[in-house]
Design a protein around this ligand. Structure first.
Ligand code: MN
Length: 256
């Protein structure tokens, strides 16, 4: 019998979030789960890692660690020498809220999977499509779906040069209508700087605004969720827009 695969689980909502526990519980049936997660919510920290102060790590229980770092830090810990054995897979989530379109640039959940990919490991980020405050959160159902996707990653090979960004509809498992491969859609944010005054009369600010909307288009991640399908978008590390290289070449790029 082959050795159980080691699965590193992390997130950006923090170690106490229900999403990571549901995910870890579901994946335990597929392999040996190791959790290294941030000690508090680090949503929207993207791929930042800690370099200006030391990082403290706490061993909470068997195979569960909490660090005062970012999601990318957690994956570096797991894959670059904090654990005795390197993991075989990196799985991030389940995020409280979707990571669609341009969200992927800001997301700590997605960045953790990206870091796993940079460490040479098959990796995936999982997010639950919560859209309204106070809505029932189907984390256990989403974890069941995540387990099915990770099982596929184990049985097939994740396409070369990619990690997976998976968004799961927030419905009972029986209501999910399968999984589809998608591209990132176009999400539209209208965030502004919101000015407030504190009880001492000093100004403070929030960056925020109304809920984002999106451009409806078939084949993208939003469209899949609208149909209660699991959206699986293959992402890669190369941001290069190759089509623009000839155009840039035609600029006079020589210094005067
Ligand atoms: Mn988050």
């Amino acid at each position: 019998m082959s050795e159980r695969k080691r699965i590193l689980v992390t997130n950006d909502d923090g170690i106490h979030s229900p999403g990571i526990q549901a995910l870890a519980d579901a994946l335990e049936e597929l392999g040996e789960v190791w959790i290294i997660a941030p000690d508090r919510e680090r949503s929207a920290v993207s791929h930042s890692f800690t370099m200006n102060h030391p990082i403290r790590a706490h061993h909470l229980r068997e195979r569960v660690y909490m660090i005062d770092g970012t999601p990318a830090d957690c994956v570096m810990f797991g894959a670059r020498g904090y654990l005795e054995h390197k993991p075989d897979f990196v799985v991030s989530g389940i995020n409280r809220g979707p990571n669609l379109g341009i969200d992927t640039v800001y997301s700590g959940t997605v960045a953790a999977a990206h870091e796993g990919h940079l460490c040479g490991l098959p990796s995936a980020a999982f997010s639950l499509n919560l859209t309204k405050p106070g809505e029932v959160m189907h984390f256990a159902d989403a974890a069941r779906a995540a387990k099915a996707v990770v099982k596929m990653m184990m049985e097939k090979t994740t396409p070369a040069g990619t990690f997976l960004n998976v968004n799961i509809p927030n419905v009972p498992y029986e209501e999910m209508r399968g999984a589809v491969a998608t591209r990132l859609g176009q999400r539209i944010y209208r965030d502004t700087i919101i000015r407030r005054v504190d009880p001492q009369g000093k100004e403070y600010f929030w960056i925020g605004g109304e809920a984002p909307t999106w451009v409806k288009a078939e084949g993208d991640d939003f469209h899949a969720l609208e149909q209660n399908k699991i959206s699986i978008t293959p992402l890669g590390q190369d941001f290069t827009q190759h089509h623009a290289i000839p155009e840039l070449d035609r600029w006079d790029l020589n210094l005067p």
